[in-house]
Design a protein around this ligand. Structure first.
Ligand code: HEM
Length: 218
């Protein structure tokens, strides 16, 4: 039996593909960089030993932010469970407020000056973008809130992108405690990519993005 009902095209699942890719990056980083947490024979364990009690709350708060950030971009969650979105959003802000200052403190104790500068820049960007996102939503400026959350999460993702890039042999030769070129590059990328994402609809004249559906017109 044939139906004359118009077929609705499913939108291209760009967001799902992006988050699946991020999950793959996270798995790689856990395997490649964080094995020392269970394998105490790993030289990384000795390296992190002096700052372990600072790293613990930093890493847990960072992990919380990394996971929560992904859920906050879910249109379905925002539409159907706005209260949950708000609660998780507050947890995201608290996570950044714990992880970022601890990151600055740890790098001041544990790294050479060039890395301290790169990490402190990263942490300040994290607090700035998250603070702006929080401020915008308190003022009920939904569109700007979304834009600053995209910027904030891009900074959160530096934790993954930096470690994945440094794992590439050609890049690892460029990176070190005294010349953290990759981390500097990631800081720049984390600013440039969201700029493109945010500008895309108005520059290329596409329709209102699906992720804004359900929000009041801006
Ligand atoms: C602006 C964001 C961040 C800053 C400024 C920052 C800062 C730092 C610093 C300074 C260290 C020690 C590096 C060293 O001693 O050589 C570190 C390590 C660590 N951070 Fe962060 N971090 C950030 C984001 C995150 C996030 C989102 C996570 C989430 C999982 C995380 C988890 C960890 C872990 C597990 C370590 C120890 C293992 C490793 O370096 O891979 N951090 N971070």
């Amino acid at each position: 039996m044939s139906s004359n009902a118009p077929k609705t095209l499913r939108p291209f699942p760009a967001k799902q593909i992006l988050f699946a890719f991020i999950a793959a990056l996270a798995l790689f980083v856990v395997y490649n960089n964080e094995r020392f947490i269970v394998d105490h024979g790993d030289p990384q364990w000795t390296y992190y030993l002096p700052v372990r009690w600072l790293l613990l709350p930093h890493g847990l708060a960072g992990l919380l932010v990394l996971c929560l950030g992904a859920t906050q971009f879910s249109t379905r969650l925002r539409r159907r469970h706005a209260r949950v979105h708000r609660i998780l959003g507050r947890c995201y802000v608290i996570g950044v407020a714990i992880a970022a200052p601890l990151g600055i403190y740890i790098t001041a104790l544990h790294n050479a000056l060039p890395t301290r500068i790169a990490v402190t820049t990263q942490a300040l960007l994290w607090m700035l973008t998250t603070g702006m996102a929080f401020y915008c939503i308190r003022r009920r400026n939904f569109e700007q809130h979304r834009h600053w959350m995209i910027r904030s999460y891009a900074v959160t993702l530096i934790f993954l992108t930096d470690r994945v890039l440094v794992a590439i042999p050609w890049f690892s030769d460029l990176d070190g405690d005294t010349s953290p070129s990759i981390l500097f590059m990631c800081n720049i990328i984390a600013w440039v990519v969201p700029t493109f994402i945010v500008a895309w609809p108005s520059v290329f004249g596409t329709a209102r993005p699906a992720s804004l559906e359900g929000l009041p017109p801006s």
